[in-house]
Design a protein around this ligand. Structure first.
Ligand code: ATP
Ligand code: MG
Length: 558
């Protein structure tokens, strides 16, 4: 069989199947669903699934349901139910009235389980979990029948009802489908339908002490909701025969079909909820919305625009073979979107004081700065120039190497939107570190051009000393130092330098004044967004992403 692959943006094998189904008149309406288990926050892998399912419902006549797969009360919490809804909306999708919970179907699923028992297709097994595991066989050997497999219908019904009534302890018994312990596909070797779990459920409370398995609940929930195309990730491919078995044996109201696509994997990233939960619980990050997390909450806090995520998942396409996407591709999409939308400002991350000796003491002037080079409608703002300023410490070198064109003794540079300045002196502390520069400016170069036509090789950003605002700036690097982190021992692959704090930064006044939640470009530094840890006296900014695009260069190099 040849593997179908995504050939062009916006077209893929799943959409081709749907188009063919519509052409053949199989459906009047396409119904998909996004079925998260509320046991963690959504991550960028889920964004791929959301964009696929909701995207299809927008492109074809149809709808997409948001269905919580809430069948395991031990791991599920209301906090996750709430965050998942917020994240789907933030990504730009809307389920309308179509919000569902697998737990809404517990009664019907139970009745159907009794029906399977009556039809001789399910039985109560008293074996322990371990015994069931050991008798399941392997890929090369068949499994062994349970000694309880041939119970009568009456005995099975009685035991199953008593399981439901709470007579037995957790793990004492399970309900299994009676299919074939010698089936080549291990999923068909009498899979478990119900297990006993005395646990409080976020929605059904203490009404139930038996809970359906994913395999049993999922397809039937699809059928109840009239889902036409049940799209999931590749690891469920081997479950499809079981999915179809239930649909065939039960009196379900519709016949959904399951289709599988490759999940998203990203370099330097782990997208397993188990790992993400552990990162939070063990304190490796500051929470689910830590800006280093690949969660939507983390990316939102970091200033990643939802449009960039939508563009990213569109570009990676939908394929049927697993692969790993370069995280640089995601960064490229974020940068592209922010370059288009973010207003420009000036901020100095590591300040070095400059005194302009020939600028009159006590004088200031308002200079005009543009907010976006490609978008005149973004307007301009005023920035106050005076005798004392801060520049970036890295923009000065006392003994520069040959190709250093920024500020050094005797060298002239342009201060953005302001004047040409020349360094005339250096002041050091007792340790011999440069703590202040003395400069002169050329009043004839106002606006940044010399009337005599002389050129400078560098334009530097700056902020006024008097009115700029102290700020904390947080620079984030990859959470993992290893391009393919080991999920089973992820702590060893954590990047010790994933967070760098610049506590003494200074931002131009308009940055501190704005309560904007939108990211800004700090010229020559990158894109930054105000963080919720800001205090009235000290704003905090997180770097969404730097300016340099290594990915585009690599692609260009081939
Ligand atoms: P994990 O494996 O991290 O626990 P999950 O698949 O169990 O995640 P669910 O809440 O069950 O998480 O996922 C909801 C939907 O999102 C499912 O249809 C699942 O296939 C899909 N999904 C999960 N991870 C990815 C991914 N990395 N790429 C694409 N789709 C994904
Ligand atoms: Mg899952």
């Amino acid at each position: 069989m040849t593997e179908p692959v995504a050939t062009e943006v916006g077209r893929d094998f799943i959409r081709d199947i749907i188009q063919a189904d519509l052409d053949q008149g199989k459906y009047r309406e396409i119904v998909t669903r996004f079925p998260p288990e509320p046991n963690g926050y959504l991550h960028i892998g889920h964004a791929k699934s959301i964009a696929l399912n909701f995207g299809i419902a927008q492109e074809f006549p149809g709808r997409c349901h948001l269905r919580f797969d809430d069948t395991n009360p031990v791991k599920e919490e209301q906090e996750y139910i709430d965050s998942i809804q917020a994240d789907v909306r933030w990504l730009g999708f809307d389920w309308g009235k179509n919000l569902f919970f697998a737990s809404d179907y517990f009664d019907r699923l139970y009745e159907w389980a009794e029906q399977l028992i009556r039809d001789g297709l399910a039985y109560v097994d008293d074996q322990t979990q371990e015994e069931i595991r050991l008798s399941r066989g392997t890929l090369t050997e068949p499994g062994r029948n349970s000694p309880f497999r041939d119970r009568t219908v009456e005995e099975n019904l009685d035991l199953f009802r008593r399981m439901k009534a709470g007579e037995f302890a957790n793990g004492a018994r399970v309900l299994r489908a009676k299919i074939d312990m010698a089936a080549g596909n291990i999923n068909l070797r009498d899979p478990v339908l119900y297990r006993i779990l005395h646990a409080h459920h976020p929605r059904t409370g203490n009404a139930w002490c038996i809970y359906p398995s994913y395999d049993y609940a999922h397809g039937q929930s699809d059928a109840i909701e009239g889902i036409t195309h049940s799209i999931c990730t590749l690891e469920f491919e081997d479950h499809r025969p079981l999915y179809d078995w239930f649909i065939e044996k039960l009196p379900v109201p519709s016949e959904p079909h399951q289709y599988e696509f490759a999940r998203l994997n990203l370099t330097y990233t782990l997208l397993s909820k188990r790992v993400l939960t552990q990162l939070v619980r063990e304190g490796h990050v500051a929470g689910w919305d830590d800006p280093r997390m690949p969660t939507m909450a983390g990316m939102r806090r970091r200033g990643v625009p939802p449009a960039a995520l939508r563009e990213f998942v569109k570009r990676i396409g939908v394929a049927k073979a697993n692969s790993v996407v370069d995280v640089g591709m995601l960064e490229f999409c974020i940068r592209e979107e922010l370059n288009r939308t973010a207003q420009r400002r000036m901020a100095v991350l590591k300040p070095l004081k400059v005194v302009i000796e020939n600028y009159p003491e006590g004088q200031t002037e308002e200079l005009e700065a543009i907010n976006h080079p490609d978008d005149a409608s973004a307007g301009t703002r005023k920035i106050a120039f005076g005798r004392e300023l801060y520049i970036e410490r890295d923009d000065f070198m006392e003994n520069p190497p040959k190709k250093f064109f920024r500020l050094s003794p005797g060298n002239e540079v342009r201060l953005r939107y302001a004047y040409f300045v020349k360094c005339t002196g250096v002041i050091k502390n007792e340790a011999g570190e440069v703590v202040e520069l003395r400069c002169t400016y050329d009043p004839a170069t106002k606006g940044g051009n010399a009337p005599d036509g002389r050129k400078v090789k560098a334009t530097m950003h700056w902020v006024p000393a008097a009115t700029s605002v102290p700020a904390e700036i947080r620079i984030y690097n990859q959470l993992f130092a290893n391009p393919s982190p080991d999920a089973s021992n992820f702590a060893a692959d954590l990047n010790p330098e994933s967070l760098e704090i610049l506590a003494d930064a200074r931002v131009e006044p308009s940055v501190a004044e704005s309560n904007a939640t939108e990211p800004m470009q700090f010229e020559r530094q990158g894109y930054f967004v105000r963080d919720k840890d800001s205090t009235p006296g000290k704003p905090v900014f997180s770097r969404t992403i730097g300016l340099r695009d290594t990915f585009a260069k690599e692609v260009a190099k081939g």
